[in-house]
Design a protein around this ligand. Structure first.
Ligand code: PLP
Length: 399
């Protein structure tokens, strides 16, 4: 008998989506978005809009202001820079992975000067290096520190309260801008308590929405900087937005996204924000327990080599020398209908990434890990079998 044809997109059963963004969209959000078109000036819509606005402020833990954009996270990255800075200003970027590097490339393209704090991507940046760079800036050229709370490319977390402390230790006045694109609604973030000036977020990860909306929490200090910033801007101009009834959106408001956003905030607050964080931590620990187990027999290992920087929303898995991570992704997708993230920039082919953020529970994580373990076996990648059992042990450790 002929071997069965390899499965293609027609595979039965639900797609297990373990990409680190976009993420699974809960059915109730999908239903909420399927709304008829409404006038975005309509008072009922505006009431809901205001509720969404307040909800995002609660997730960011701020009582300051916020702007929203029809765009992906890149729009919020760009808004943060063009509204607060002027041509030739220096930004200090802890270069912890592909996303912090890309934010830096954007800054260079926008005629800013980029100074990086380099580090070993598997260790993460040292706080003392941030303090030292700021202390050395006696001329006050550095106007902003741009930090990525969760480096989605490496599966590493940067403790933002410690970045704040490192800046305070240098007594430097730079703005602190934080990319929370893969951490907002997944791990703790305290915009006001940690004195963050711009918080950059997107819709398609912890908020469980489709891609296409982005946010910037903005401090009073950052709003003040916007008065003198001279970089060109129009669609992303905060001062023009602030003058509008919607306090955002130069142009048509993406109304359907707001029905989804209202449901996203309802879901998060029904579970409880702190419980959402705890669930992310629990699932992340199980994934890491599994990968640590696989690493026996010279198997794949955690890319993150610094346990204090492990991420609760994504785990990057480093393949043993000579084995291609893309082969594993292809097998999980084609054989098991499980979608994983690939390695970015210099990590392409060397890592695959398991997203564990957003609308996920234990069986979904275990199903994904089982598919990966089968893919390792099918492709002859050395590993210690039994990683899924290690994940189950982690998930029941407190039982
Ligand atoms: N920053 C981080 C940490 C990200 O993970 C991403 C996307 O995955 C971005 C920025 C870019 O956001 P977007 O792709 O929504 O434009």
């Amino acid at each position: 008998m002929d071997a069965p044809a390899p499965m293609t997109k027609k595979a039965r059963g639900r797609l297990f989506f373990a990409n680190p963004g976009p993420t699974n969209i809960p059915d109730s959000i999908l239903h909420a978005i399927g709304h008829v078109a409404v006038d975005f000036h309509d008072p009922d819509f505006m009431k809901m809009y205001d509720e969404c606005w307040e909800g995002v402020l609660r997730v960011m833990k701020t009582r300051q202001t916020m702007f929203m954009y029809t765009g992906s996270g890149h729009a919020a990255w760009e808004a943060a820079l063009v509204n607060t800075l002027s041509a030739g200003d220096t930004v200090l970027i802890p270069e912890t992975g592909a996303f912090s590097a890309s934010w830096g490339t954007m800054a260079t393209d926008l005629s800013l000067v980029v100074q990086t704090v380099a580090c070993d991507w598997r260790q993460g940046v040292e706080m003392s290096a941030i303090t030292a760079a700021l202390k050395a800036d006696t001329a006050g050229k550095i106007k902003a520190v741009c930090a990525v709370q969760n480096e989605t490319s490496t599966g590493m977390h940067l403790p933002i309260d410690q970045v704040r402390a490192a800046m305070d230790a240098a007594g430097h006045k730079a703005l602190l801008m934080v990319d929370t694109i893969s951490s907002l609604g997944c791990m703790d973030l305290r915009m006001d308590e940690w004195k963050l000036d711009v918080v950059v977020g997107g819709s398609q990860k912890g908020l469980m929405l489709p891609t296409g909306m982005a946010f910037t929490g903005v401090s009073e200090k950052a709003m003040k900087a916007a008065e003198t910033s001279n970089l060109p801007k129009h669609y992303l101009n905060w001062r023009a937005m602030a003058a509008r009834k919607q306090r955002s959106f130069i142009g048509t408001v993406p109304t359907n996204q707001f029905y989804g956003l209202r449901e996203s905030i309802r879901l998060i607050e029904e579970e409880g924000l702190e419980n959402v964080f705890a669930r992310h931590t629990r699932l992340a620990r199980a994934v890491r327990a599994c990968v640590r187990h696989w690493s026996g027999n010279n198997g794949p290992q955690l890319f993150c080599a610094n346990p204090s920087r492990e991420s609760d929303s994504v785990t990057a898995v480093l393949m043993p020398e000579g084995f291609d991570a893309e082969v594993i992704r292809k097998t999980t997708m084609q054989r098991f209908n499980v979608s994983l993230g690939g390695g970015l920039a210099k990590l392409n082919g060397r890592v695959f990434r398991i997203g564990h953020l957003g609308d996920l529970n234990e069986p979904m994580i275990l199903g994904t890990l089982a598919a990966v373990e089968m893919a390792l076996k099918i492709n002859g990648v050395p590993h210690a079998p039994g990683g899924v059992a290690a994940a189950m042990a982690s998930l029941t450790a407190d039982a």
